[in-house]
Design a protein around this ligand. Structure first.
Ligand SMILES: [Fe+2]
Length: 194
């Protein structure tokens, strides 16, 4: 199914899940609570790749809930699907996340705010984590590495649509904006991999 702009908007307006209004949205809210990001359905192109930057560390633990890594951070769930160019979900894709904490700092010694996860049978993934923060020279962003089984890895970053520092960040790409819920607790993005 390739939703049109109108149907995506209609489904977004139709949704008012109580889960999104609670403090600390969980992955259980699932990405269908928000309309697909424009990359899926309106633009058949693959998700743009971006630099991994200097802070990627391989072998992060497999887990969904990172909130305990930085309890002072504001809870934020980032979730979506991994799909192919025809918007079909890809099961078993490896999704890795790493990001700065609420003060703009990376953990480069251990694996705080770093995790991996396999997509489910429908191609869904999701991490319960915290709101990241900008740091010197960069607007706020989450780093991702997405590998379909036996496929090449897509390395990219996701951004917030309401972040004023986006305009000053030379790496920022508007094609990589998450779709946020009104409470700014849930961000959705669908990775389109070749
Ligand atoms: Fe970064």
């Amino acid at each position: 199914m390739r939703p049109t702009r109108r149907s995506a908007l209609a489904s977004l307006l139709a949704i008012a899940p109580a889960a999104l209004l609670r403090h600390g949205v969980s992955v259980a809210a699932e990405p269908r609570a928000l309309a697909p990001t424009p990359a899926c359905g309106e633009d058949p192109g693959a998700t743009p790749a971006q630099t991994a930057g200097p802070y990627y560390r391989p072998s992060a633990p497999a887990r969904r809930d990172l909130r305990g890594d930085r309890p002072a951070g504001a809870p934020f769930t980032v979730a979506g699907y991994v799909v192919d160019a025809r918007c079909r979900g890809i099961a078993g894709a490896l999704v890795e996340i790493w990001h700065a904490d609420e003060a703009g700092r990376y953990d480069n010694e251990g694996f705080l705010l770093r995790a991996t996860q396999r997509t489910d049978a429908a191609g869904r993934w999701g991490f319960d984590t915290i709101l990241t923060r900008h740091y010197a020279g960069r607007t706020a962003h989450y780093h991702f590495r997405v590998s379909r089984p036996q496929g090449r890895a897509l390395v990219t970053q996701l951004y917030f649509p309401d972040e004023p520092r986006n305009a000053a960040d030379p790496i920022f790409d508007a094609r990589l904006l998450m779709r946020l819920d009104a409470a700014r607790r849930l961000g959705r993005f669908d990775f389109v991999v070749a």
